[in-house]
Design a protein around this ligand. Sequence first.
Ligand SMILES: CC(C)(COP(=O)(O)OP(=O)(O)OC[C@H]1O[C@@H](n2cnc3c(N)ncnc32)[C@H](O)[C@@H]1OP(=O)(O)O)[C@@H](O)C(=O)NCCC(=O)NCCS
Length: 146
Amino acid sequence: MNLRVVGFDEIENMDPSWFPMAFEYLGHGGSTYGDTYKSDKFIWMLAVQDGENPPPVGVVCITADRVLPKSCHVSVLEVRSDVRSRGYGKNIMAAVESMCGDLSLLSLTLQTRDLSLVPYYQKLGFKSTHDHEGLRYMRKYLTKSP
Ligand SMILES: CC(C)(COP(=O)(O)OP(=O)(O)OC[C@H]1O[C@@H](n2cnc3c(N)ncnc32)[C@H](O)[C@@H]1OP(=O)(O)O)[C@@H](O)C(=O)NCCC(=O)NCCS
């Protein structure tokens, strides 16, 4: 797998049907979130490629956690539907954790409305912290603290 960091301009040139969730998040399709996440809260968006110049297989958007200090939040993780269950999601998250670790961050957080995904995130090392308004909040410590 060949990980590559891309900017917003490049993401916006991708085919929106590959990553509908990420595109909605970025403010396409009438959503108003785009400007918010183009603010300084935004940390990275990674597009992941595998092999020589193919279309990207996945994207992940990372923001600063709004509550927890020294923590990042996985705002979107999306793998192209035709290449799921090949380990891309797991490898993208491993890359994100490595980047967060390099920045000496304490933890990575996420939230999901789809409770069927909870076991998947548990397998990646996340633990549930609480539920709020239909969302499950999860956290993974990147160091040995708590
Ligand atoms: C969730 C997602 C990122 C996983 O990516 P992936 O590359 O397919 O994941 P991996 O290959 O690392 O792991 C696959 C395993 O994840 C689990 N999994 C994936 N999606 C799941 C879902 N919706 N419900 C339950 N388990 C799921 C399965 O156990 C699967 O195992 P299998 O190989 O036996 O089928 C991908 O399914 C996706 O993009 N979904 C749509 C967007 C989304 O819901 N994102 C998360 C919220 S932001």
